[in-house]
Design a protein around this ligand. Structure first.
Ligand code: KG4
Length: 346
């Protein structure tokens, strides 16, 4: 059932370390949907080599009002034209979720607009339909700092997790390996750049979960193997030289991409009726992974979609779009009493 009114949504995302406010319209023309998508990042976490939940929550609190004003200005849309307000209610860090939801609910109460409590994972999973004319079914590889999974998407609310990490997320593994190499946080983009200049075959790793079957992922063994390789080099030479670091970055990236693509192949074989594959999440920015996905899709004669970087990382545009998709398929708005759930699943 399609709602006849084309919605305009104010959306808020604050589940991790980016405060984002977007204004999204349900416009037929793809390029007219995102009226604003303001993201205020939090550099404070780099000195701790990871996101500190309490500092993240305080930064969201400090930035959310500015993010909303910037988004309203950029969109040139009057608050009266906004039909509803959406905010991520999980999964994520509780402090940040609370800041975003309380902010959204207060606006809802003051302006008498309905509230939609969005699922962050569903936001990522539906985001390809915000920027591409893509039909169901499709398979999403969602790889970020907190999640790594293959999801079959047959419709709004019809998701099947085909495989997921049993330990670290891929972005987390990139960041931890970067720390071992003495690089700054977040290390994923740095390893990606360095890997272009290193030898991807110098350090060898065993392929995870070979005996287990299925399409799950695991990165903690590779991470431990990197640690061991580094310890051996340090024992021998006292420290890592620049070449060692570049070779380790290249070998690690080469190996994890091979593993992710090996599992992707299994997923595609088991879902051979699906002709569209999509990558999203922060690690979707990885040049090697994007190329591997594109080449794989080409070799199978299927379509590959990779949303723009700003729609792959955490952003409120995807939250607004998931609200529109849900309401358009007849789902209800949420009660203002609806609670945040840091462990919300799909
Ligand atoms: O989705 P996202 O913005 O937020 C969280 O899940 O927190 O993803 C951030 C993650 C970080 O782990 C970061 O290192 C990783 O995405 N990342 C990358 C690249 N760009 C960002 N990992 C590998 N290669 C990249 N080019």
């Amino acid at each position: 059932m399609r709602n006849t009114k084309r919605l305009t949504v104010m959306a808020i995302e604050s589940s991790c370390d980016d405060t984002s406010v977007a204004i999204i319209c349900d416009d037929e023309k793809i390029e007219r949907r995102i009226r604003a998508n303001v993201v205020i990042g939090q550099s404070i976490h780099s000195e701790y080599n990871g996101v500190v939940p309490e500092k993240a929550a305080r930064s969201h609190f400090a930035n959310i009002d500015r993010a909303m004003r910037l988004a309203m200005d950029e969109s040139c849309i009057d608050i009266r034209e906004i039909d509803c307000i959406a905010a991520t209610r999980g999964p994520g860090l509780m402090g940040g979720l609370l800041v975003g939801c309380v902010f959204a609910k207060t606006l809802c109460a003051l302006s008498k607009k309905p509230f939609f409590g969005a699922n962050h994972l569903e936001g990522h999973i539906l985001s390809p339909r915000l920027c591409y004319d893509i039909d169901f079914p499709y398979i999403v590889l969602l790889v970020s700092g907190g999640n790594s999974m293959y999801v079959r998407v047959d419709g709004v609310g019809r998701y099947c997790v085909l495989g997921q990490t049993i330990d670290d997320a891929l972005g987390e593994a990139f960041d931890k390996v970067a720390i071992m190499l003495g690089l700054s946080y977040p290390g994923g983009p740095i390893i990606d750049k360095m890997s272009k200049f290193g030898d991807p075959h110098r350090f060898r790793f065993t392929i995870p979960l070979q005996r287990r079957g299925g399409c799950d992922l695991s990165f903690s063994g590779i991470k431990t193997a990197v640690k061991r390789h580094i310890e051996i080099l340090v024992q021998k030479y006292g420290e890592l030289c620049e070449t060692d670091k570049y070779d380790m970055a290249a070998s690690f990236q080469h190996h994890v991409i091979n593993f992710v693509m090996r599992q992707m192949h299994k997923v595609c074989i088991e879902n051979s009726d699906v002709r569209n594959i999509v990558i999203c999440g922060g690690v979707a920015a990885n040049s090697g992974l994007r190329n591997a996905m594109a080449e794989y899709a080409h070799s199978r004669g299927i379509n590959f979609y990779a949303p723009k970087k700003e729609l792959c990382t955490d952003n409120a545009a995807m939250i607004g779009w998931s609200c529109i998709e849900n309401i358009n398929t007849g789902k209800e708005y949420h009660d203002i009493e609806t609670k945040c759930n840091p462990r919300l699943n799909i």
